[in-house]
Structures are given as C-alpha cells and as structure tokens.
Design a protein around this ligand. Structure first.
Ligand code: TA6
Length: 290
C-alpha cells in the first residue's frame, strides 16, 4: 500500500499536530504543544523524536540514520513485529520483522486531556497492527495486534526504544534485578541478573524475560531519570552496541553509542503471544522523565 499524500493527511491535522515533510521529504506527523514536541514518520510508524518542554531530548535518532523510505530508521522507537531479531525459520527474512519498513496509514487523530493522539494501522497477511501515539508530559504508545485469520497466530514484538543519555559510561539501569535473561552475546544463553544495577563497559545485548515492573534509566550526566512503564509486555531488551559494533554500522556514528541506550519493550521468546482467531493483544508503553 502506498503512503498517504500530505494533502490527504492534512485533513487529520489538529491544534498541536501537523503533517509535514520530514528528513529527505519523508511524510511525518509533527507534534508541537506546550507540553512537548515529537515527530513520527509514517515509514514504519517510527517515532523519532520526543522532547518534553524545557528538557533535553528523550529519544535518540542517529545523525546517520537512513530516511530513504526503504530501510529502517536508526533510532526513536522502531516497531519490530511480527518477529524479533532473525526470523525463526527463514534466513532470508528481514531482521526484526516487516512493519518497521512499511508505510503505515493514519486512521484517526483526537485531542485527549494528555495531548493530541495519532492513530495508525498496517496490515500483514495474517495480522493487523495498530499504533496509538499520545504526546504530552509523558509519551504514551499503544500497540494492538489482531489475528485476522481463522487459525491461531503467534507473534513477537519489540518497541525498540533508543533513549538519549548524556554519557553511557555514567548511565545505569534499575528495575531488572534478579530477572532471567537471554544473552545475545553468548548464543542466547539463559542467565540471571544479579542485585546490582546494569552498567555499561562493553557491548551489551540481553532479552530480559517475565519483566513487569518499571525500568529506570539513570543519567547523572544530564541529572535525570527516564522511566519506562509498560503493560502487556513480558520482555525488556537492553542493548548498546559499544565501540566495535558501532563502527560496523553505516547508519550510526562511531561515537554515538556514548549517547544512547536501548530499553525495548516487547513480547519475545518465552513471552511471545499466540492470538486465537479474532483475538487482539495490547501493549501500552509510557516514557516519562523524572
Ligand atoms: O534489540 C537488540 C538487537 O537485536 C541487537 O542485537 C542489534 O541487532 C539491534 O537489535 C539492532 O538491530 P537492527 O536490525 O536495527 O540493526
């Protein structure tokens, strides 16, 4: 399905929500209210920017990110669905699923007490996906997967959030103590987090399982915390590529690893979801600074 043209999108505009050409003229939803600014590209329904009024940016997007309308955008909140990482059986399938490189359709916009809400959707062969993005003093993203078929459909999901930090070397993450995780740097070996906060001294790539509580990114350099709250998602991925992997990534500056950390919210591996015919599943993600 083609992207909607900007003149068609204009009918969805609201006070504080406009549709404009973004980087490389890709169509984008631009939020600008007294609470916050944000931007979402219809390509992949990728939120690339979120900045509460008077604060530093919350979401990181690489200065080298592709905006060609084909590749995934490196940063913000790419939507990894209906599988996470490599496809379970098809080695030729794209990493992280199909929808982060598809055009999504705007279906509605609404003013809410928290701020403007934008609703988008996209269709796959067996599954329908919808996103509701509300921009205010917190960023609220709702993801809804629905089974369009007459047979059970299994999916994985990751809202692959890139969070800005002043300095990764000083950052730490709390809220995952004692959780089991799959270590992607050790053949997905199952391990258990100790009682200490997560800190970064090298590449780190872990899928934490059965995680329900808030996860907090502590950023002493910028003197703030970012709290990641969710319902409906059992998994939390923590990732930083560090030095060597960053140098191998064409769409990430060599030094940019020092200024972001991924805390991803999803339904992965043991926490994957199987939808019965006609059934839906909702994941609610809230990002806010403290
Ligand atoms: O979520 C962590 C991860 O799976 C890492 O292994 C790394 O591959 C990252 O996602 C980025 O993947 P991408 O396909 O966007 O380059």
């Amino acid at each position: 399905m083609m992207s909607q043209a900007l003149d068609e999108l204009a009918r969805h505009a609201l006070p504080g929500l406009a549709f404009t050409p973004g980087r490389h003229q890709l169509p984008a939803a631009q939020f600008h209210t007294d609470q916050a600014d944000a931007r979402l590209y219809l390509h992949g329904a990728t939120v690339t920017d979120y900045q509460p009024a008077g604060q530093k940016p919350v979401l990181f997007t690489s200065r080298a990110a592709y905006f060609d309308g084909k590749k995934a955008i490196r940063g913000g909140i790419p939507v990894c669905f209906p599988w996470f990482s490599t496809h379970p059986t098809d080695p030729d399938a794209p990493a992280h699923g199909l929808v982060r490189t598809k055009p999504w359709q705007v279906t509605a916009t609404t003013q809410t007490p928290q701020g403007p809400r934008l609703e988008l959707a996209t269709n796959l062969e067996h599954l329908h996906a919808a996103i509701h993005l509300t921009v205010g003093s917190a960023l609220q993203l709702r993801f809804i997967a629905s089974n369009k078929t007459t047979t059970p459909q299994r999916f994985e999901l990751a809202l692959h959030t890139y969070l800005c930090v002043g300095n990764i070397h000083q950052a730490r993450i709390t809220g995952l103590e004692h959780a089991d995780y799959l270590d992607n740097l050790d053949h997905r070996a199952r391990k258990t987090q100790d009682a200490d906060p997560i800190t970064f001294t090298s590449e780190l790539d872990r899928v934490y399982l059965d995680t329900q509580q808030d996860v907090t990114l502590h950023d002493p350099t910028w003197n703030r915390r970012i709290v990641v709250q969710q319902t409906g998602a059992g998994s939390t991925v923590v990732w930083n590529p560090w030095i060597d992997k960053s140098k191998r990534m064409a769409d990430l500056g060599d030094e940019e690893y020092e200024h972001f950390c991924c805390i991803e919210t999803g339904c992965i591996a043991d926490n994957a979801i199987t939808l019965e015919p006609g059934q839906s599943h909702t994941v609610d993600l809230t990002l806010q600074t403290k």
